[in-house]
Design a protein around this ligand. Structure first.
Ligand code: MRU
Length: 344
């Protein structure tokens, strides 16, 4: 695989380029999108995914719509585009924050909207870099870290959120080991986090999602760090399904449980996690799995009883009482300190 740079999404003019995450870890391909509709489909079909990368994709999609919009129907065109982009992944806070910013910037000029889309993307990347530096202070030499889903550079444009402190610790030659939850049903842990850690030579092992409590009981996990898709004002956090369970078990064994996220993922317009809309995805993601056959071709196979259906909530909400702290670009904050993020 020839990976030029650890960047998940970028734009050249009005063309958006993104790592095709559905093909990983089997092949590394770049998907090119030339219209806002193509970019919206890429978000919906998870060609690009993860809170920050979705935010960047949404910013660029809004930018494409503003560039494409005909003079005689400008406002209606971009209003419809905004609705269409926002309907792709309802839980991801970064998506809405991004469309709003680029849309509002277009009220000044088209060029202003273009600049804003690039700025949204750069800010996500810059924030994650800082999250890495700050989060590294929580990792001792020989730390054994558990993570859930993929909150690496694939999910956040660059650097990652939950994985950023891990990369920073590795860069500083700390001896660390990462337990990678498989993260069913789409297996972002096994497919994406493990792939990222392999590329970076970070020691790790994939574990089945339901093995985490067992390792915690045996005192083999020192800290849990996950990402987030939307965080309410009180700290209740939506993240990939399965996060809640890990947080409850971590509290039982007194293992620190941290959420790493840029401030763009915080939604201060909602007081608690009860107001977070949870995306329900296609049951086929549970009933079928994808993998490589012996010829090296990607195949989809059914792994469940014929005739059964499935339920597939993409996220759960972890109440703030289970969260030790939030690793943000502005500092490591306790749930009761989050209002600091509203101050510029
Ligand atoms: O459905 P996805 O893959 O877009 O889910 C998002 C996630 O990868 C996780 O919930 C992640 O921890 C937060 S995104 C940094």
């Amino acid at each position: 695989m020839n990976i030029e740079k650890n960047i998940a999404i970028w734009a050249k003019g009005s063309t958006v380029l993104m790592v095709e995450q559905n093909k990983l870890p089997f092949s590394y391909e770049i998907y090119e999108s030339k219209t806002y509709k193509q970019t919206a489909i890429a978000i919906k079909t998870m060609i690009t995914r993860g809170a920050g990368s979705i935010g960047a994709a949404a910013a660029f999609a809004m930018m494409q719509a503003i560039i494409e919009a005909p003079d005689n129907n400008f406002q209606e065109y971009i209003n419809n585009a905004k609705k269409e982009i926002e309907a792709t992944r309802p839980t991801a806070r970064d998506l809405f924050a991004a469309t709003e910013r680029v849309y509002n910037a277009s009220k000044i000029s088209i060029q202003n909207a273009i600049d804003e889309a690039f700025l949204v993307t750069k800010e996500i990347s810059d924030s994650c870099k800082n999250i890495g530096i700050l989060g590294n202070t929580l990792l001792k030499n020989d730390a054994r870290i558990l993570t859930h889903c993929n909150a690496g550079w694939l999910a956040l444009v660059e650097h990652g959120s939950a994985l950023a402190p891990i990369y920073e610790a590795h860069k500083h030659k700390k001896n660390i080991f990462v337990y990678v939850n498989e993260t069913r049903p789409r297996s972002q842990g096994a497919r994406l986090t493990a792939w990222e850690l392999n590329q970076a030579n970070v020691k790790h092992a994939i574990i089945a999602d339901n093995a985490a409590a067992w390792y915690m009981l045996q005192n083999k996990i020192d800290i849990v760090i996950t990402g987030a898709d939307r965080i309410a004002a009180n700290g209740d956090t939506a993240n990939k399904i399965g996060t809640l369970e890990k947080a409850i078990v971590a509290k039982e064994f007194e293992i620190p449980f941290y959420i790493a996220a840029p401030s763009s993922t915080f939604d201060f317009s909602i007081k608690t996690g009860n107001q977070i809309i949870i995306e329900e995805r296609n049951p086929e993601e549970v009933l079928y799995q994808k993998g490589l056959d012996q010829n090296g071709d990607i195949k989809t196979i059914r792994v469940a009883s014929e005739g059964s259906t499935a339920l597939n909530p993409a996220f759960d909400v972890t109440p703030y009482k289970y969260i030790t702290g939030f690793i943000t670009e502005k500092g490591i904050l306790k749930p009761e300190e989050l209002m600091v993020l509203t101050q510029t």
